[in-house]
Design a protein around this ligand. Structure first.
Ligand code: FAD
Length: 302
């Protein structure tokens, strides 16, 4: 399985295949895990989820952008999404990747793009989550958060449990709304745990730490063992449901998503949309090669 994981992570970073994928639209099973390619389609998906008691965090797909014009286009698109969420009065906020907004081009350019987004969202009291990418972009992304949080309080980020420095960072950002995840990229042994058991243990420690802190915690996982542990932990520590939510990705474990919402937990689905779905989809295959079933089903049921 680690061989397949590495293969899909390498594929996720292949620029040539990424451009080819954009040309061919939502193929190879991606339509099961990507909620459309345009804003009306994603608003429709959000409305369907909201009707089932599920809130959404919307990701305009795209990452590792190296052209200013492309980053500006992404910013404009995200501003339109914020406007559309507001005008349609749906229960949703935004997740975005700093590299899509020009982090790899120039820090100040990226900050300017982000500031416009966070500023518009703040007028609608909408939360903006800075998704975390790979280790090289970890500190610059925290720097962006530090700078933004001097002016705005509607911004938060992600703590990735596979990093050795995750405990240090969660302490530093204990006053923020945080999403806690295991971590999706391939990282070297010098900076990150490689073993599932170690990652899982750290994941639980981080979740418990932030829940006890009392700041809003998004527990983002498809792992039923972790979810069951959290359910017991909040009960034992009298942590009320309004202090946390479970999050899963669009199209994954749909029945469990509904069940958690029905049980009365806050549930938020991460809803990706857009043309630039390739890297996102390959990382999902890397995490769980069984997701290849999605591909084969789509190919053979056409
Ligand atoms: P895994 O360790 O993949 O799975 C644990 C167990 O759960 C499996 O063995 C299986 O028994 C069960 N399971 C898992 N998936 C399924 C399934 N589809 N069907 C049935 N059983 C299943 N990563 C980042 O690096 N940065 C981010 O900003 C980020 N944001 C995220 C946001 C959300 C909402 C989510 C859900 C994930 C995000 N991730 C992010 C990805 C995350 O880091 C993990 O790579 C990903 O969630 C896989 O780990 P897992 O916790 O879901 O469980």
């Amino acid at each position: 399985m680690p061989v397949l994981r590495d293969l899909f992570i390498n594929l996720s970073e292949n620029q040539l295949l990424n451009s080819a994928a954009q040309k061919y639209g939502l193929r190879l099973g991606a339509q099961s895990v990507v909620a459309g390619t345009n804003i009306p389609e994603v608003i429709k998906s959000i409305k369907e989820l909201n009707a089932q008691g599920i809130s959404c965090t919307v990701d305009n797909l795209g990452e590792f952008v190296f052209e200013r014009s492309e980053a500006t286009k992404a910013k404009e698109r995200i501003l339109e999404v914020i406007q559309a969420i507001h005008e349609n009065d749906v229960d949703a906020h935004i997740s975005l990747k700093p590299s899509q907004l020009g982090l790899d081009i120039d820090y100040d350019f990226c900050y300017g793009n982000l500031e416009e987004i966070v500023d518009l969202a703040s007028t609608y009291k909408m939360h903006i989550n800075l998704d975390m990418e790979d280790y090289d972009r970890l500190q610059p992304s925290f720097d962006l958060l530090d700078q933004l949080s001097q002016k705005y309080d509607n911004v938060g980020t992600v703590i990735q449990a596979y990093f050795f420095n995750a405990a240090e960072n969660i302490e530093k950002y204990k006053n923020f709304r945080l999403r806690i995840v295991k971590g999706a990229y391939k990282e070297p042994a010098e900076v990150a745990y490689q073993n599932k058991h170690d990652i899982d243990l750290n994941f639980i420690d981080l979740i418990e730490y932030h829940l006890l802190n009392g700041k809003f915690t998004s527990i983002a996982t498809h792992d039923h063992n972790v979810i069951n542990h959290v359910k017991q932990f909040v009960k034992d520590h009298d942590i009320s449901n309004d202090k946390f939510e479970f999050q899963m990705l669009y199209g994954f474990r749909k029945e469990m998503q509904l069940e958690l919402a029905k049980e009365g937990y806050n549930f938020c689905t991460y809803v990706p949309f857009g043309d630039d779905w390739y890297g996102y989809f390959m990382r999902r295959l890397a995490e769980r090669p069984q997701n290849l079933n999605l591909v084969t089903k789509q190919v053979f049921t056409k």
